[in-house]
Design a protein around this ligand. Structure first.
Ligand SMILES: Cc1ncc(COP(=O)(O)O)c(C=O)c1O
Length: 306
């Protein structure tokens, strides 16, 4: 994956890609003491637009506060402006944007107050996280042998870098077993989410998704909720068991990196007829119009770079 670009935003200014470095003893590297966002920009008829940038910028600051950062000098407005600046300076259209707010200058005593927060933002061209064929064919997933975070062990609403050790465990296992993605169950044994996506099932024309308590409140999840309702589907949050996945008519996952992708198979059991189903397709279509600024109902979700 080519992540190179000309510039990275660091501490309030653009620096050349090669010069965007931090010291090996930065505590964020040792303990995952950082929070991050994953954001996408899309080429539209009015130039590049960053999808739901305000929501992502606000979630980054919320994540930092949940992790324990106090008196942060970095604001959501800084993140908002930095993301636009990095896309513009690199001349990017369709791209992925990665803001990282990390603990530096102290923190070796495992105390957030021992250091300060610093912000870096990179952007690069990146295709679909689940592979280029995912949209056309759907993906195969397994139920992970690893459990998703308990709500009082890791803060599930915060995109804390250290939390993603759990995603690494599940995803590595899943890919080594020959699947494309892992579905994690929560500490009670109900379906939680994937390593980087929220999950939905369709059964007899109705859509169900787990409540947000043990999972990340995905911004794409919210967009999909809104689109599905506007399409006239009934959508409910409720606990979902493993076998309800197996017997669903359709299962799909969504996230910024993956966008909205159908599941063709889970644990060697075909979902529906093994192809992305009609409900998923109808939502995907509107979602793709929305991210490119082609649907006036959702234009406020697009933050134009210029
Ligand atoms: C664990 C997890 N769940 C869900 C999501 C989807 O969130 P979003 O739609 O805000 O990208 C992500 C991606 O950030 C994630 O890492």
């Amino acid at each position: 994956m080519g992540m190179e670009s000309k510039y990275i935003w660091m501490d309030g200014k653009l620096v050349e890609f090669e010069k965007a470095t931090i010291h090996v003893l930065t505590p964020a590297l040792h303990y995952g003491a950082a929070v991050f966002e994953g954001i996408r920009a899309y080429e539209t008829s009015k130039g590049p637009a960053i999808f739901r940038l305000k929501d992502h910028a606000e979630r980054l600051i919320e994540s930092a506060e949940i992790f324990g950062f106090r008196d942060l000098e970095i604001t959501a407005q800084d993140v908002f402006e930095g993301c636009k600046a990095v896309v513009k300076a690199n001349g990017l259209g369709d791209c992925y944007i990665r803001p990282l707010l990390y603990l530096t200058g102290g923190g070796w005593n495992l105390n957030v107050d021992g250091g300060r927060g610093a912000l870096a933002i990179a952007a690069w061209e990146w295709g679909n996280y689940l592979g280029e064929e995912a949209l056309a064919k759907g993906i195969r997933a397994n139920i992970s042998s690893f459990t998703r975070h308990h709500v009082n062990v890791s803060m599930t609403k915060a995109k804390v870098s250290g939390n993603y050790a759990n995603s690494f465990l599940a995803k590595t296992e899943s890919v080594r077993l020959g699947f494309e993605e892992a579905i994690l169950l929560d500490a009670q044994g109900y379906v939680a989410e994937c390593t980087g996506e929220n999950i939905f099932i369709v059964r007899r024309g109705k859509i169900y998704t787990p409540a947000t308590a043990p999972v990340l409140e995905g911004i794409t999840r919210h967009a999909i909720h809104t689109i599905a309702r506007d399409l006239g589907y009934k959508i409910r949050e409720r606990p979902i068991s493993r076998d309800q996945l197996y017997s669903a008519d359709e299962v799909f996952v969504c996230g910024t990196a993956a966008e909205c992708i159908g599941l063709s198979e889970i644990d060697f059991r075909k979902i529906g007829d093994g192809r992305t189903g009609p409900v998923t397709r109808s939502i995907q279509k509107v979602f793709h119009d929305a991210i490119r600024g082609n649907d006036p109902r959702y234009e406020t979700w697009c933050d134009y770079v210029d």
